[in-house]
Write a protein that binds this ligand. Structure first.
Ligand code: TYD
Ligand code: MG
Length: 459
């Protein structure tokens, strides 16, 4: 069977195909498909399956599910926000990917983490492929970390790095960034999909074999010229994304995959002039800029992983001067907003046609929980009717397409957090078990129409 040796790979998600196209079938991104130079396809060919049939494999040992093994020992960095996202500390011989936009603070976070782990006794090496050692040292000075026993290297040649790691035998190596690493066995430019994949593969297998943990830093790229961190997500044990808005000082470290812990935890940091400071009470910070309740503003009692987080949702609804009304969302899902607008229109008879709708999650936070539905609906209605919600109220609950309200998980946690921050009432779906939190009055409703009638006096 004649097989073309030219393959094309998406630099965003790593999907490969044998022809070029403008849009990737895998992830839907535009202009991310690049040609892989001289890389043969790695799938099984007719030839290899024939030779597999001829040779008998060695026997593979089978085991039972029952285990006597203790859970992996963990090293804590002492940075509580980081340890929680890792699932309680660093697991030996694990591979971690930290992705994020350029300039968001990944190098800052990892230098602080390197110092913290080194101080707690792990031999740590920080390899910078982007900055000279002098630059990293200057940052360390600014962050007041110069006394931490971290060893630095400024290098991009993978072979040299692996030789150095083999000699030094650290327990933790930080590679900043995976896109600058290059291996001379791969015939393409640094940052290309095949280089990034090969470097990540070599580093993770080295780590597993040598009982070393490795952290790979990956820049999220929009233009497709260099490969994004998604192409290595499947190779590592833990994937963390460092998020935030440029104009805001809040940064959120979010676990999206974790073989050794929960995958929905977040750690909250604040970028200051002296590095990242931990935010142990994010709700207080997210609500700190909030004044008296005004139309369009609603406090959502959310949960991120094991931790309740209160955030303010802001909506603006105004007559549209355009033939097609605008729908703009920051920090939430645009598709979900369209759904809520459709439910409000068809189940409650409240049209948004001809109205521009803007929705913003304050503080640069991103929300993905379905329980935000009711808070979004409340913000939209409050903005449209120009009526503020009752003072001291938080809102949460999922909305189904029928307009019914579904109970949200961890109701008690949400209520307790709201009470702690001085809120006195909650609007939530009925159903589920009854929960009493002292100082909080719970106003439960079973569908959106009841909510509209009760809170806004309309139907
Ligand atoms: P950096 O860690 O270099 O980002 P990344 O590695 O993700 O590209 O952080 C860059 C930004 O952080 C830069 O704009 C300056 C800012 N910063 C501070 O505000 N305070 C600090 O103490 C440091 C070190 C950086
Ligand atoms: Mg950096």
């Amino acid at each position: 069977m004649a097989k073309s040796t030219t393959t094309f790979t998406c630099s965003a998600c790593g999907a490969s195909s044998n022809k070029w196209s403008g849009r990737c079938d895998g992830c839907g991104d535009w202009n991310t498909i690049l040609q892989d130079a001289g890389l043969s396809t790695s799938g099984p060919t007719g030839k290899t399956s024939k030779s597999l049939g001829a040779r008998r494999g060695a026997s593979v040992e089978l085991t039972d599910l029952a285990t006597e093994e203790a859970p992996p020992p963990r090293t804590k960095s002492g940075l509580e926000e980081l340890d929680r996202v890792l699932g309680g500390g660093l697991v030996p011989a694990s591979a971690i990917l930290v992705g994020g936009d350029p300039g968001i603070g990944k190098s800052t976070l990892l230098l602080q983490a390197a110092a913290a782990f080194a101080r707690s006794g792990l031999k740590t090496i920080y390899v910078s492929g982007e900055e000279a050692s002098a630059q990293v040292r200057m940052r360390a000075q600014r962050l007041d970390l110069v006394d931490a026993p971290v060893k630095l290297a400024a290098e991009t040649n993978l072979r040299d790095i692996l030789t150095m790691l083999e000699k030094e035998k650290p327990k933790l190596a930080i590679i900043d960034s995976i896109q600058t690493m290059w291996s001379d066995t791969v015939d393409s430019a640094p940052g290309s999909v095949s280089q990034v994949r090969s470097a990540a593969h070599e580093l993770t297998t080295f780590a597993k074999r040598n009982d070393m943990s490795v952290v790979l830093v990956g820049h999220v790229t929009k233009d497709g010229q260099i490969a994004g961190p998604r192409v290595v997500e499947h190779m590592v044990d833990t994937v963390l994304y460092f998020e935030g808005e440029r104009g805001h000082q809040f940064r959120i470290l979010r676990a999206v995959k974790n073989r050794f812990g929960p995958s929905d935890e977040i750690g909250v940091f604040e970028m200051t002039g002296r590095g990242l400071a931990q935010v142990t009470n994010p709700s207080a910070l997210f609500l700190s800029e909030r004044g008296t309740p005004s139309p369009g503003s609603v406090v959502f009692a959310g949960v991120e992983g094991t931790r309740p987080v209160l955030v303010e949702l802001q909506a603006l609804v105004a007559p549209s001067p355009h033939s097609q009304a605008r729908r703009t969302v920051v920090g939430w899902d645009g598709g979900r907003l369209a759904m809520i607008l459709a439910v409000l229109e068809s189940r409650c008879g409240i049209p948004f046609a001809g109205l521009d709708v803007y929705l913003n999650v304050a503080g640069g936070m991103k929300i993905s929980e379905p329980a935000a539905d009711l808070a979004v609906a409340a913000a939209l209605l409050s903005a449209r009717e120009d009526v503020a919600l009752p003072e001291g109220a938080v809102v949460f609950g999922e909305i189904s397409l029928s307009g019914a309200l579904r109970p949200a998980p961890q109701t008690e946690n949400r209520l307790k957090e709201a009470q702690k921050l001085g809120f006195t009432s909650a609007i939530a779906p009925s159903g589920g078990k009854t929960i009493d939190v002292v100082g909080m009055s719970l106003n439960q409703m079973s569908d959106l129409t009841a909510f509209v009638g009760e809170v806004f006096g309309a139907g």
